[in-house]
Design a protein around this ligand. Structure first.
Ligand SMILES: [Fe+2]
Ligand SMILES: [Fe+2]
Length: 303
């Protein structure tokens, strides 16, 4: 630690209490240096303290669905931190698997209960508990579950594909703020974005799709859903500009859920604007492989 008259060295692998950092902060030390080659070990060490309790909470049957939601958001933040700094390590994969299992269990319970019609009203009070990418990823999984119930695609296999895709589709984004961007026009309208961030945004669907091939025992199609999540029916999406007939049917449903999740944030969950947004989306997505998904979204909102 540097920045004041004293220099404190914490040796690699030696344990330190947070009060030590605070003590030097109070003395005016503003910098905490970690050598570049020690950084991966430091990140793994720092998250290893919270991962076991997250895993216990996610696997527990005694935790309420609201508390599970908070655990999911926290798990997503840890996974994103690991992926962003050192990659999709076994620890990140283990936590992702557990979080995905827990989401599926929670969503199946909600789907089977009489609460399913109230999914959207439940969403609102569950939000504002974490960073945008984590919250957005959970929100997409809730919306898509409601949609798959309407399409009658709610088998465990399909649900798993969608939950994994929801959880990991933006995992390769370097700038979390860019997760709010829906299309290239919005991207190019941003003035405070570096060329590197822009390039990362353009490539994040394919980078994430590649990353998940490291996850073991993954059902097929998830890589395709993730790789195509920014395609649009007018062919102006990216990275491939696929038309409404060329996009995979599973991806088309996901694309609609993801856009709707973003638009809910844009209107700050104002229920009066929600129908307007859905009707605007109906005009846009009433084509090719998107038709089934947009009708499912409308039905799930009308409940
Ligand atoms: Fe997204
Ligand atoms: Fe994305």
């Amino acid at each position: 630690m540097l920045g004041c008259e004293e220099l404190q060295i914490i040796n690699k692998k030696s344990y330190y209490e947070h009060f030590l950092v605070e003590k030097y902060q109070k003395k005016g030390c503003n910098f905490f240096y970690i050598g570049a080659k020690d950084y991966p070990a430091f990140i793994e060490f720092s998250v290893s303290a919270v991962v076991p309790s997250l895993l216990r909470g996610l696997e527990s049957k005694a935790v309420s669905s609201e508390d599970k939601h908070e655990l999911l958001i926290a798990s997503h933040q840890v996974i994103h931190k690991l992926v962003d700094s050192i990659g999709f390590t076994p620890m990140a994969q283990n936590l992702a698997n557990s979080a995905i299992n827990s989401t599926i269990e929670t969503l199946q319970l909600v789907g089977r209960s009489k609460e399913s019609g109230n999914l959207f009203s439940k969403i609102k009070k569950m939000l504002k508990k974490g960073d945008f990418v984590s919250e957005h990823s959970c929100l997409v999984s809730y919306i898509i579950t409601a949609m798959t119930i309407e399409i009658n695609w709610c088998s465990e296999v399909t649900l798993r594909k969608y939950v994994v895709a929801s959880f990991l589709h933006d995992i390769a984004l370097k700038s979390p703020d860019l997760a709010k961007v829906r299309n290239l026009d919005q991207l190019y309208a941003l003035t405070d974005v570096t060329e590197e961030d822009r390039s990362n945004f353009m490539n994040h669907p394919e980078i994430a799709s590649q990353m998940i091939t490291d996850l073991q025992e993954l059902p097929p199609d998830i890589d395709t859903i993730i790789a195509q999540h920014h395609e649009r029916p007018d062919g102006k999406g990216f990275p491939r500009g696929l038309s409404a007939l060329r996009v995979a049917p599973l991806s088309a449903v996901f694309i609609i859920a993801e856009e709707f999740a973003l638009r809910l944030y844009e209107c700050q969950f104002d229920e009066n604007q929600m129908m307007e947004i859905v009707m605007e989306m109906k005009n846009k997505y009433n084509a090719g492989n998107y038709r089934r998904g947009i009708n499912a979204l409308i039905k799930s909102i009308m409940k």
